[in-house]
Ligand binder design. Structure first.
Ligand SMILES: NC(=O)c1ccc[n+]([C@@H]2O[C@H](COP(=O)([O-])OP(=O)(O)OC[C@H]3O[C@@H](n4cnc5c(N)ncnc54)[C@H](O)[C@@H]3O)[C@@H](O)[C@H]2O)c1
Length: 291
């Protein structure tokens, strides 16, 4: 099948990045969110990212124009999906929210449209069960920040068909991304490792093993990670990290029980970069896009 129109649902940290690379790749793209504030912030993000891309020589002025031309914003999922070829769901990591979005999309989207989810942990078979097209459903797991990270993890559900995998690979390649195919298991490859390392760093912070800066510095310089696990948590969003851990704890067992300090930060509204404060404080960073 030829994909022309892509719908991205959820204009948060991930959805806005996915919509940006989709528009840049030449797909007519609509970004859908229930929050106008989030859609406005996503537009701001796209203008800023494309402007920065041009000034750094990463994209041309013509490509910047293409992003603008190809992207639109909406709060009307029913209307948008009625003409879509390809859906990428990027709403919060809560089954009830994902279920609602997928059920609405199922009702209004053409039967041949491919459905994907950017979930970090949840089973594609379970998500596909909220639709009537399990053979056209798979997880398409992007990484943050989407326009810089090369990989998309494709996770197949029980009934995912080869045609859907081929279409997803083609879209991924059009976006300039490389892919790995993973069989269904909670947390796939990357989230399972990342959640464990991130949670351990929170335990160490809680135990007073070292300061946040020194934990991150040790992991970066000693283990050659490009980012420390605590700064990565702030980038991912501590609420998202906590939701991932809760799901992995439920499905894979005790070693994924979320660190109490992480739960406390989330209760306090310290969600990371997106709220201006997480483990670190970002209130003076001018590039920060506040919620
Ligand atoms: N943050 C990361 O680094 C990262 C990386 C890979 C995958 N993911 C996954 O991507 C998904 C989204 O994560 P995020 O960090 O972008 O979350 P986020 O909280 O930043 O954004 C979620 C967005 O969804 C919107 N939303 C909520 N309910 C909606 C609905 N019913 N219809 C339309 N929009 C709705 C919210 O308004 C918000 O803008 C999650 O499944 C997460 O696990 C996140």
């Amino acid at each position: 099948m030829t994909v022309q129109h892509i719908t991205v649902v959820g204009a948060g940290v991930m959805g806005r990045g996915i919509a940006y690379v989709s528009a840049l790749a030449g797909y007519t793209t609509t970004l859908v969110d229930t929050s106008q504030v989030q859609l406005d912030a996503a537009l701001h993000f796209m203008n800023k990212t494309s402007q920065k891309g041009v000034s750094l020589g990463k994209i041309t002025a013509e490509q910047k124009g293409r992003v603008k031309e190809n992207i639109s914003f909406s709060s009307q999922l029913e209307e948008v999906v009625s003409k879509t070829d390809f859906l990428i769901e990027a709403v919060p990591e809560k089954r009830s929210i994902k279920q609602h979005v997928l059920e609405v999309a199922e009702k209004y989207a053409p039967s041949e449209a491919i459905f994907t989810s950017n979930t970090s942990t949840i089973s594609p078979t379970e998500l596909a069960s909220y639709t009537k097209r399990p053979e056209k459903f798979a997880v398409m797991h992007f990484f943050n920040p989407v326009h810089l990270m090369q990989l998309i993890e494709i996770v197949k559900g029980l009934e995912t068909g080869q045609e859907a995998i081929a279409a997803i690979k083609e879209v991924a390649s059009g976006m300039g991304k490389d892919t790995v195919e993973v069989n269904e298991f909670p947390g796939f490859v990357t989230s399972r490792i990342s959640a464990l390392v991130g949670n351990e760093a929170f335990h160490m912070l809680q135990e007073g093993v070292a300061s946040a800066e020194h934990i991150d510095k040790a992991i970066k310089l000693g283990l050659n990670y490009p980012m420390g696990p605590l700064e990565l948590g702030d980038l991912v969003g501590l609420d998202t990290r906590l939701n991932n851990l809760k799901y992995l704890h439920e499905t894979l067992g005790e070693k994924y029980r979320p660190a109490p300090l992480l739960e406390q930060y989330v209760k306090a509204g310290r969600l990371g970069r997106k709220t201006g404060r997480g483990v670190y404080d970002y209130t003076n960073e001018e590039e920060l896009i506040k919620k």
